[in-house]
Ligand binder design. Sequence first.
Ligand code: PRX
Length: 639
Amino acid sequence: MESLLKEGRVFDPPAAFRAQANVGADLYDEAAKDRLAYWGRQAEQLDWFRKWDRVLEWNPPFAQWFVGGKLNACYNCVDRHAAGGRADKPAIIWEGEPGDSATLTYADLLREVTRFAAVLKQLGVNQGDRVAIYMPIIPQTVVAMLACARIGAAHSVVFAGFSPEALAFRINDSGAKVLITADGYWRRGQLLSTKQNANVAVESCPSIETVLVVQRAGNDVAEGWVDGRDRWYHEEALSATGDVPCAELDAEDPLYVLYTSGSTGKPKGALHTIGGYLTHVASTHRAVFDTKESDVFWCTADIAWTTAHSYVVYGPLANGTTIFLYEGAPETPHRGRWWELIAKYRINVLYTAPTAIRTFMKWGAVEPAEFDLTSLRLLGSVGEPINPEAWIWYQTHIGGGRCPIVDTWWQTETGGMMVAPLPGVTPTKPGSATRPLPGIDVAVVDEDGNPVTRGGGYLVVKSPWPGMLRTVWGDDQRYASTYFSKFGPETYFAGDGARLDEDGYLWFLGRVDDVVNVSGHRIGTTEVESALVGHPAVAEAAVIGREHEVKGQAITAFVVLREGNEPSAALEKELKAHVTREIGGLARPEEVRFAPELPKNRAGKILRRLLRDIAEGRELGDTTTLIDPTVVAVLQSHK
Ligand code: PRX
């Protein structure tokens, strides 16, 4: 896991930025002195109906934060701003792909969320229930999430690009009672129907009582509409009246379940609870993005991903920030669309992923130069290691050399950022997410759990933190075995390799398990393998991630066919389409290689390292452990 990268550049925070930054170097010291007191002070920035009795109760590997405290996430994200001087301040500014737009002030947001909560109540959704949300990037998606939070129902948001099968799995695993979806949405100039996929999914979801449909695109949804089960949101809203107050919830009550891929088995539902999570995301949003009252904040992630849960919805809105949402694709209708939006809405902070930056780099610096990007004052990156060239390009062509860059490392499971610079304090090095944030106890260890001071090792978190997942939904055992067994029940195993440099900076080296990171999205190799093996022509499949210039990693599938099937371009196409149908376009293999056999060791384990070498065209290492060493020669010749 040794990184070959020799990156020596260091950038101090620009003096002008440092002078106005929200937090100073003392934040590190303050947290180091007393971690729990530090988090307690962060929690005090929220409004509580009842203050907590204890900051932390730690029964490894199970944590409870702000024990005995009562609060409501919606109250903190909406009501307190609408009542406290931000009523007329924009909460959400949205632009659709075709160019339609909407602005909701905090007062509007309160009205919309209350109405949505009343509809959910009318449909029989109660505190403790789960609600699935399968929606495009429109303001009503945020409204629906906050409405769930208001009444104490946990939401589970599913990416609109996921297949009906992937949606059905998540609904069934979480036991959701209501599915909220939209008629359709715009993507790359195409009208896509969310409702059609929802129809297919709910056929195998016995827990779903109602499919609530929000009107977005106005497309015809008559086909497959089931009266009684399917209801238009705008029609329900006519009869759902009356005030729905924020439920007084326990700090440890569920806020949401968000599914993520791991190295084995089906996706896991990461459970996040209210008090600790909200404390973590609000405080990191304030410190790392140097949030100012006048900021317009744009996090480009789809609302269905963890990045947007924490830094589109809960973090920024808890801080009363104006968020910007864009429905569509960056190249529609032209490659300058993002830059045009930044200029049009005077966006101040941009948070995006390295894969997007690499795409823009490929397109060149001409488009961004055509737009006025001087409103930007800070740039963020998340989702995968950012290549130093991409970092420099981002800083130069988007940030005009004046914006600090915050590379932020975290995961669906961590809830919020864990490793990132404080932009007015921490010198940055292109490609490194720098240091653990105040109050976060991270280390790099070897196979035996001993600290590694030079070279690479495993990234672990040695003490609980407020935003951590509380369990895997419905499966405490899986929670313990996935995250808290490799190094014992007190140490969180993140699944990432990392290297510490001489300044104590962290350099992330990618996953150490069988998770592929495609364009910043986690895809479990077993899921793709299971999908492939589910095809009648396939006997066996092994899936690996290989390096890819834009996506970071791309999926290569090695496939052994059943008797009677022959490799062909048509079958390759069919298998790619099959994976798209089963999981979604994100998991579609870039390449399918047919193989007469897979390279296995004598224990029958597939040697993925060799497959990676083959896919990336490298010299092969030791092949003597193989049952049949001639297999690799055949695979190499099968281009
Ligand atoms: O491998 C790390 C990578 O993304 C994984 C988490 O994926 P997910 O749960 O989908 O959340 C992504 C957005 C928070 C991590 O295990 N990763 C995320 N951010 C970085 C990163 N790798 C390097 N540098 C980052 N800044």
